[in-house]
Design a binder for this molecule. Structure first.
Ligand SMILES: [Zn+2]
Ligand SMILES: [Zn+2]
Length: 348
């Protein structure tokens, strides 16, 4: 009888038969191992959860009173016939790749990852394996990121120029990960840093777990915008153009996202400025990470899966596409609309 694979792809999500658990499942299951707190990976309704110590506070903040157990990076745990461990994915604070070993065969689920160190998330660590299940949100050669310091400098220059004209700068950045990364990169000497409630709630969770962020002022219902001239306001993308944002009359708006690499996305978002800043690996990051695993079999999930798998196969890997319900780097929260229609426009 042929041996069962270490992981299988089921209608509920990625499943380990030997350990009877799922990884980042999208339907309700009894036991879920969770790579990180983004809504498409950490969903409500599972019987039991396992996540890293560093990811737990935000998962609990988002999902409420769930039964969640924690594990340290690199610690091994036996679950049924499987040995599992979690390793830094560099995506957002606490994010992990999950290594599963059964009978000497090792599979790794990347979750979402980024290979560039961002100063907040635990830096990405390649894990050697036989099979690697990788996201490929930005799996096209057009996606190549500039170093974070350069993007940070551009954001600070934009902010300083707006402040000099007495305008507010409102920057759209999703509230878990990107927002804190932007905050940590800001130069507080330019002016006050303000936050939308969704961002501030996540900030609070992260500060409580010891992550250092600059001082911020929460823009609540009674906030007097005039008392804080020339601010940089960090808000979820969905808040831009809302009644909440209109209190900052004459503000300049910007977006921080990997999708800003595609001109059409920014245009349709009506943002004044796009900053190409992603919490996912770019083309070179994906290929570098895959090489570092030394895996022969590659399964690709969310993103430009068909194109990316074809590239890997031509380059000598045994790659296949896996259909999942993960949604990549979203422009809105909760994640939904993939801007796939911009590819022809921006990527050619
Ligand atoms: Zn994510
Ligand atoms: Zn994802």
């Amino acid at each position: 009888m042929a041996r069962e694979p270490v992981l299988t792809f089921t209608p509920s999500g990625i499943y380990c038969p030997a350990g009877d658990f799922h990884i980042d499942p999208w339907r309700r299951v009894s036991r879920a191992l969770i790579t990180h707190g983004h809504a498409d990976h950490a969903r409500p309704g599972h019987g039991r959860y396992l996540a890293t110590e560093a990811a737990m506070p935000v998962i609990r903040h988002r999902l409420g009173d769930i039964a969640i157990d924690t594990i340290r990076y690199g610690e091994t745990r036996q679950i049924g016939g499987a040995t599992v461990s979690f390793h830094p994915a560099g995506h957002v604070p606490g994010s992990a790749q999950i290594r599963v070993e059964v009978g000497g065969e090792v599979w790794v689920v990347s979750g979402d990852y980024k290979t560039e160190a961002d100063g907040l998330s635990e830096p990405f660590e390649p894990v050697r394996c036989h099979a690697f299940i990788t996201e490929c949100t930005f799996g096209l050669p057009v996606f190549r990121w500039t170093p974070q310091e350069e993007v940070a400098a551009a954001i600070n220059r934009w902010w300083a120029a707006n402040a000099a004209e007495g305008r507010a700068s409102i920057l759209g950045a999703y509230s878990l990960g990107k927002a804190q990364r932007v905050l940590a990169a800001l130069d507080p000497s330019i002016g006050p840093i303000l936050t939308h409630g969704a961002v501030e709630a996540t900030n609070r969770v992260m500060r409580d777990q010891g992550i250092a962020l600059p001082d911020t002022l929460h823009v609540g219902p009674d906030f007097d915008a005039k008392a804080h001239p020339g601010p940089l306001v960090v808000a979820p993308p969905s808040a831009l153009g809302s009644a909440w944002a209109r209190r900052f009359r004459g503000a300049s708006t910007g977006f921080a996202s990997g999708w800003m690499r595609l001109r059409g996305v920014r245009r349709r978002r009506a943002a004044d400025r796009g900053f190409v800043l992603s919490d996912h690996a770019d083309w070179d990051g994906l290929l570098g990470a895959i090489r570092a695993t030394e895996a022969e079999r590659i399964f690709v999930t969310h993103g430009y899966t068909d194109i990316f798998a074809r590239y890997l196969n031509e380059a000598g890997w045994d790659a296949q596409v896996v259909t999942t319900e993960y949604s990549g780097e979203s422009l809105d929260e909760p994640a939904s609309d993939g801007p796939a229609d911009d590819v022809t426009e921006g990527a050619t």
